[in-house]
Design a protein around this ligand. Sequence first.
Ligand code: MCA
Ligand code: AMP
Length: 469
Amino acid sequence: MTAHIPLLTALSAPDRIDHPAVVTIGEDSISRADLYSAAMAFAERVTGAGRVAIITTATVDTVIAMTGCLFAGVTVVPVPPDAGHAEREHILTDSAARYWVGTGPDEHPLPVIPVDRRARASSSAPAEPPETATALIMYTSGTTGAPKGVLLSRKAIAACIDALAEAWEWNAEDTLVHGLPLFHVHGLVLGVLGALRLGSPLIHTVRPKPESYAAAGGSLYFGVPTVWSRVCEQPDAARALRSARLLVSGSAPLPVPVFDRLTALTGIRPIERYGMSETLITVSTRFRGERRPGWVGLPLSGVRTRVRDENGNDVPRDGVSLGQLQISGPTLFDGYLGQPEKTAESMTADGWFRTGDIVAVESTGFHRIAGRESVDMIKSGGYRIGAGEIEHALLAHPGVAEAAVVGIADPDLGQRIVAYVVGDIDDPEQLSAFVTDHLAFHKRPRQIHFVDALPRNAMGKVQKKLLTG
Ligand code: MCA
Ligand code: AMP
């Protein structure tokens, strides 16, 4: 028989039901008991619904819908609230979502399931779904093509949260604060499901603004490096975080000067942790342990890492030799939805996930992320953005004949999206708005260069190194 694990333990455990406000989003909040009841009622409505797409506006209703689906064993497909029409259409079609929560798109009519906060379930709790069931299909960019649906099981999510709880000594005594988007692992899996599983009240600030973080008065804060760098730009906001227990950075490299400045302003050395949509969080520094600028620490409980060169040989663990990071462990995804070849390509023959990240590991097991293998994977503001996806959107514009997109080092965003375009158009604002309309706000090029030709090699391939250098 399959062992069942309750995913949102702290929310459903009877002894915790009377805990005060469990989720606060902006000005709105809900108690643990009310969230539990409303989510149970939502679960009753969605039972058997297959896959449900949820537009992830940062609201309490979104959390109720998400929780209800998970109670019912219904797979959630998080949709970015500002997804442009092409991206939204892709997510809905590819995932074959049958219902929609939020304001539905006109061009893709699906039955909408409303969230009713006052509704109460008429029957008792549904049985806990099997731990192998898919909890989330998380869309994430590859280097080419449209975003792929990453299948995340209940057990992978539970294993990740529990390993982080151990590493950071994160428990119900913490109040978690962040303002990250709810359609990626960071803001959703750690930032919402983590809080609901472990029992810590969550304050979501809607947007991750330094002044909102300062006003929240929490003990545990999550941010991407851009957020921490903006916090440092507002020293009063940074100093207000001195009473926190932990400041955690992830999703992109935290620049050493930001680590140092944050430490000087808050008195807290930030925790750095590394992960991917496909692997969840796998490596982190510890609450009790060394926190070293530029290094992301040790594998989490149950996770194994290895570093291979291009011939598949182990790279020495000497802290300087670089190779590709591969991961195995309980937090891995179950593949890309409907793409067995892409799934197979991402794994080694002996079952390790190829991250595409270049790392060095030292003999103590500490990991340093040196960069990505491919220039076509851009990280901007902590968002993973495939160059190919943006090139494709640009080429859909009638005035664009050729396009090449690169990530250029940026002091605020880590990398900013820069496009080189050949064609009959010379208005960067119009072209950037075109991408926003197709894909999403954060995927718009921040800079567009109109050029006569793209640099190509003898084979006709664009030489992106000449555009980034
Ligand atoms: C923002 N604005 C908009 C929109 N969004 N305008 C129109 N449409 C929109 N959709 C406006 C804002 O109101 C603001 O205007 C201005 O644009 C800039 O907004 P801001 O939010 O500061 O935007 P940004 O500079 O583009 O964003 C920086 C950011 C954002 C807030 C750091 O990039 C972000 O939320 N990143 C988080 C990404 C993330 O969660 N990644 C996790 C992936 P005004 O200034 O007038 O108000 S998961 C992952 O990587 C793994 C597993 C891991 O390891 O975690
Ligand atoms: P995503 O799938 O959106 O979660 O993006 C995953 C990628 O983000 C990884 O492959 C890394 O390139 C990058 N990343 C995540 N966390 C870190 C970190 N702490 N330091 C450096 N890069 C990171």
